[in-house]
Design a protein around this ligand. Structure first.
Ligand code: FMN
Length: 257
């Protein structure tokens, strides 16, 4: 597989922008179909092949993701890409602490437990995943294994730790910007045939991640993204989660139709 240099990609993007300034020169349909394929086709991947992911390909994906907008173009995000031994140490540390019942310690605020429609959606996707994996409601061991899988970053060959600059910690825009870049990252990965799952599980024991991923003190750990080549035979990878309808989420004001 030939992998474009990230800078080549940026250059290609710039050239494409020229096309966008002249609508007669672009083939809108083609652009749109490719975008739709990625957005509608992407789903969280929780089972991976062990094959390594080339560093240059990850750089290419990061270059795409980092075209995301951010508040005042502050770009508060940082990425620590972990593989091999350091990732194995994170997996082991996470597993050990969780089995020992060490309380979770994340570095950012989390709200109350979900209730109402949010709880229903949380349970909904869990049911889809457990059904795909053949894990019954009473199967405590099976459920525990599933949870531990998350703490092992789903045994993916790569984990990207998303952090933000501590001096911007007081602004909610920072979390917003990290979300934008992370969503772009998983879509960019999908566009290159890679699978990913954004996850909190990997950073619930943040001291473990901080130590083994050598996160500097001026960065705050936000989220983990497991990354790798999807295992097509892993049942949970086929799960397509549900979405509320546009009519439920959006209101339109001032339209004639
Ligand atoms: C902020 C955030 C945290 C998440 N944490 C986890 C997690 O800890 N474990 C997990 O298996 N999936 C996690 N996910 C993945 C979501 O469950 C998934 O995106 C959602 O169910 C929609 O499914 P889809 O990504 O397949 O479309 C997380 C996603 C986001 C955006």
């Amino acid at each position: 597989m030939t992998v474009a240099e990230p800078l080549d990609l940026l250059e290609a993007g710039r050239k494409r922008n020229c096309y966008f300034s002249n609508p007669r020169r672009i083939h809108m349909e083609r652009v749109q179909v490719q975008f739709d394929d990625v957005v509608f086709g992407r789903r969280s991947i929780r089972g991976y092949k062990p094959d390594p992911v080339p560093k240059a390909l990850i750089e290419e994906i990061l270059a795409l993701a980092m075209r995301s907008p951010s508040s005042m173009n502050t770009q508060p995000w940082n990425f620590t890409v972990v593989s091999g031994e350091p990732l194995d140490r994170i997996r082991a540390g996470n597993t050990e602490r969780n089995l020992a019942g060490v309380p979770h310690s994340r570095e950012f605020r989390i709200g109350q437990a979900f209730a109402g429609q949010h709880r229903e959606r949380q349970v909904g996707v869990a049911k889809q995943l457990f059904a795909a994996m053949g894990i019954e409601r009473e199967d405590k061991e099976g459920r525990q294994d599933w949870v531990l899988r998350g703490f092992r970053q789903f045994d993916a060959p790569v984990c990207v730790i998303i952090t933000y600059d501590r001096e911007l910690a007081d602004s909610d825009d920072t979390a917003f910007d990290c979300g934008a870049v992370t969503t772009a990252l998983v879509n960019a990965a999908w566009s290159r045939g890679l699978g990913a799952v954004i996850n909190s599980q990997g950073i619930m024991q943040s001291p473990v991640v901080r130590e083994h991923a050598q996160i500097p003190d001026d960065q705050v750990i936000m989220k983990a993204v497991a990354l790798g080549w999807p295992d097509e035979d892993f049942p949970a990878n086929a799960v397509v989660s549900e979405r509320k309808r546009v009519e439920e989420a959006a209101r339109f004001l001032g339209f004639d139709d």
